[in-house]
Design a protein around this ligand. Structure first.
Ligand code: ATP
Ligand code: MG
Length: 379
């Protein structure tokens, strides 16, 4: 979780009609390590600056020409959300009790009396910013909790959807074998045994994916890089896929450029290419070519997996790397929505990057890029 650091992250907006006060406070704040301070001596600019700068705290003078501090507070109150915590700290020369109460009632959080005492300024500012920090961290935790909840919901719907089908196949085939197995010819018995076996393999694969995801989430990816020649590696992998996936697609591998040696973990690369190529095959149900193009460039190696399949709907593009997310047009094709998440996590460990281009009903190209870092990534 990215937490808010009071000194380096806090944005401070200062509004005081006296330029000498502003200069003095700017120096004090800069010396204390505050890096983002913006100020104006014209209170009419306060609202615009507030909107563009989005400060974490406002230091506000009360007695000013054109608009006094109360009028500025009124303007700000109208745009600050009621559940937001962005303190206003009033800077003022001696102030009556009545005015003090009015300022507090109208949204001020604290006061600093002029002439300003530097330690007091810094302490009060820090206290308010600490509270702002707690508020922001709580907001962030809330967002993360919401995301976790969505993930949990998607996981539950994936489990109920993806686990139920193979489990019901296993149940129905075992029941049929139990009741009629003895009367059936061996081929028919075998057919049901095969269905059970395929379902168990599928379930096992699902659990494997969830476990990999858990491990990558916890940052525990086994990582054993070595020098690997991508040319034979990619050709063999695509040939193996052509045979094992038993598809009518034409799988093609092309190599461009010189030197296909890369410092990489072969198991990770295998998993990345397997996921991308099996997606390309699965998401082009009408067949067609699936190509893997290896582009060897001087600074990097690019691997492009391209298909002529169903494509990715625009609204799904920003969500593809979310666990269990599947685009609407993929609903009828099997899958759990974990492949790309795993690919992305593996790439991160290799300082690799992934991007894609896609057109609905036309096809998709996923491009994976690895920098040529000679042995610099260690286990
Ligand atoms: P899993 O990989 O876990 O079996 P999946 O293939 O559905 O399931 P991902 O590989 O993570 O999941 O892909 C997420 C989604 O991205 C897919 O459900 C699909 O909507 C979309 N997608 C990925 N690759 C392609 C592609 N080549 N063409 C069209 N859509 C794709
Ligand atoms: Mg997939």
């Amino acid at each position: 979780m990215k937490t808010f650091d009071v000194a380096t992250d806090a944005r401070i907006l200062m509004i005081d009609d006296e330029p000498a006060n502003i200069l003095f406070l700017e120096q004090v704040l800069n010396r204390a390590g505050y890096e983002n301070v913006l100020s104006t001596s014209d209170p009419r600019e306060a609202l615009g600056l507030y909107q563009s700068f989005s400060p974490d705290i406002v230091l506000l003078d009360l007695l000013m020409p054109y608009l006094n501090g109360f009028a500025v507070m009124k303007q700000l109150r109208e745009i600050i959300a009621p559940d937001d915590y962005r303190p206003i700290l009033i800077l003022t020369a001696d102030i009556s009790r009545e005015k003090k109460e009015q300022a507090l009632a109208e949204g001020a959080m604290d006061f600093l009396t002029k002439p300003l005492e530097i330690p007091e300024v810094l302490l009060r500012l820090r206290n308010l910013l600490k509270t702002r920090q707690l508020y922001l961290n709580a907001q962030q935790a809330l967002v993360e909790e919401r995301e976790l909840n969505q993930l949990k919901n998607r996981f539950i719907s994936m489990v109920s959807h993806e686990f139920r089908t193979p489990l019901s196949i296993i149940l129905s085939s075992t029941e049929l074998l139990e009741h009629y197995g003895k009367q059936w010819p061996p081929e028919k018995q075998n057919k049901h045994l095969q269905r059970i076996k395929t379902s168990v393999i599928h379930l096992n694969q699902l659990i494997g994916d969830v476990l990999i995801l858990g491990r990558t989430e916890a940052g525990r990816i086994a990582f054993h890089p070595r020098w690997l020649d991508l040319e034979p590696f990619c050709r063999e992998l695509m040939e193996e896929l052509q045979l094992t996936l038993n598809t009518q697609h034409t799988l093609v591998t092309t190599i461009e450029g010189e030197n296909s040696m890369l410092w990489i973990d072969p198991n990770a690369l295998r998993s990345i290419l397997y996921n991308l190529a099996s997606n390309a095959i699965k998401f082009s149900p009408e067949g067609g070519p699936v190509t893997l193009c290896v582009q060897c460039q001087s600074e990097q190696i690019r691997l492009i997996v391209q298909d002529q399949g169903i494509g990715i709907p625009p609204e799904a593009c920003s969500r593809l790397y979310e666990a269990f997310y599947r685009a609407e047009n993929a609903a009828l094709l099997p899958g759990t929505g974990l492949g790309l998440v795993i690919v992305q996590r593996l790439l991160k460990a290799h300082r690799g990057a992934i991007e894609f281009q896609s057109e609905l009903h036309r096809g998709t190209a996923f491009t994976v890029t690895f920098p040529r870092i000679d042995g610099a990534i260690d286990e």
